[in-house]
Design a protein around this ligand. Structure first.
Ligand code: SF4
Length: 368
């Protein structure tokens, strides 16, 4: 039987071992990476429990609102127009379609709806449409997040005015390794977009991708860059590279999952109050690796990337994993509508547990 889920408050009695700092030195971060695995996870758990309900996971849903033909050359990305990956290009989705999918995501338990467009930067006429999407999705009671490429101060201001809560723009890797991965825009461009987002008053979602052939020092340096952002990004997606055939990174050597978990734990220690998101690459991970990631302090996931119906096998696997680990979706104190979203996911989890129990009983009956 899966354990019942209980919301537990953060434990204020735990030592505040990692106060919020922005001045972590590279050697200090590398020393965390070098800790014995059990010690690292113990420290990460202490920090995690000091600031969060350790069994709560924030749940977001991602929708691609404009797919493919991106002019940028990010070597990991199937949406780049520079590589032949067989991906079907799609125009900007109609507003009604986006709202429909947001509604479905909300009813299935997502609390945040993330919309991504494969652009270098949004054009003015596209931005108008996107602003309306933000208003309409927001009106459903969902938090909104967008990733549209680089934005200047004016564009960031307009997005904030429309009610956009989060803007995602990843740093991807260390400044030193960055040139191996992208040549069409610079690290400084990325930092500038993040500064524009912050200045406009939006929350920042920024992280990176591991397993792109980078050295251990690059992983430490990526986290150092994120830590320097003041305040820390509210959301820190840590992605494991998905090796897509046709991209230049299709044959890169796999990263050991233990190294990936170490990066999650170090991110948790360095950014104690941020949500660390177990992001792309999760579908390829074993349940045990995902469980270790939650133990290391990951507390946010993307829950399916399609309509969240019971026909979505990934969403079903996620619900089963939540039930097995006794995890529950995080409640947002600020959102009155959240109880409905929470109820949607909990009801789906309960249905799934009932089905599992029924299946076990049927099995027992045939044994008898
Ligand atoms: S900017 Fe985004 S969509 Fe475009 S190639 Fe890079 S990662 Fe892909």
């Amino acid at each position: 039987m899966p354990p019942a889920s209980h919301a537990a408050a953060p434990d204020a009695n735990l030592p505040d071992a990692a106060a919020v700092r922005h001045d972590w030195r590279l050697d200090e971060i590398e020393a965390l990476f070098a800790l014995p695995f059990n010690d690292l996870l113990f420290r990460a758990q202490q920090v995690h429990r000091r600031h969060f309900d350790a069994n709560a996971v924030q749940v977001s849903t991602l929708l691609s609102i404009k797919t493919g033909a991106c002019p940028e050359d990010c070597k990991y990305c199937p949406q780049s127009g520079h590589y032949a990956t067989g991906l079907d290009k799609e125009k900007l989705l109609e507003i009604e379609k986006v709202v429909e999918q947001a509604q479905a995501a909300r009813d299935a338990g997502a609390s945040r709806f993330c919309m991504g467009a494969a652009w270098r930067s949004p054009r003015d006429k596209d931005l108008e449409v996107v602003l309306e999407m933000v208003r309409r999705v927001k009106a459903l009671g969902l938090e909104t997040c967008m990733t549209l490429g680089m934005v200047d101060t004016d564009q960031a201001g307009r997005l904030a005015e429309a009610g956009l809560d989060y803007y995602n723009h990843n740093l991807d890797t260390s400044p030193e390794y960055y040139g191996e991965i992208i040549t069409t825009r610079t690290y400084a461009d990325r930092l500038e977009t993040l500064a524009n987002v912050r200045e406009a008053g939006m929350k920042v979602c920024s992280g990176g991708i591991l397993g792109m052939g980078e050295a251990p020092r690059d992983r430490a340096a990526l986290l150092q860059q994120l830590v320097r952002l003041d305040p820390h990004p509210e959301s820190v997606p840590i992605n494991m590279l998905i090796k897509v055939p046709g991209t230049p990174l299709e044959d890169v050597e796999d990263l050991d999952p233990v190294e990936f978990i170490r990066a999650i734990a170090v991110a948790r220690i360095l950014m104690p109050k941020s949500h660390v998101r177990l992001s792309a690459g999760r579908e390829q991970m074993s349940e045990s690796t995902q469980a270790l990631a939650f133990l290391a302090g990951a507390n946010s996931i993307f829950y399916g990337d399609k309509l969240l119906t019971t026909g979505n096998p990934q969403a079903e696997r996620d619900r089963a994993l939540f039930a097995k680990l006794g995890l529950h979706p995080e409640r947002r104190a600020s959102c009155a509508d959240d109880s409905q979203a929470q109820a949607g996911l909990e009801a789906a989890m309960a249905r799934q547990a009932d089905e599992a129990r029924a299946a076990a009983l049927a099995y027992d009956a045939t044994e008898a």
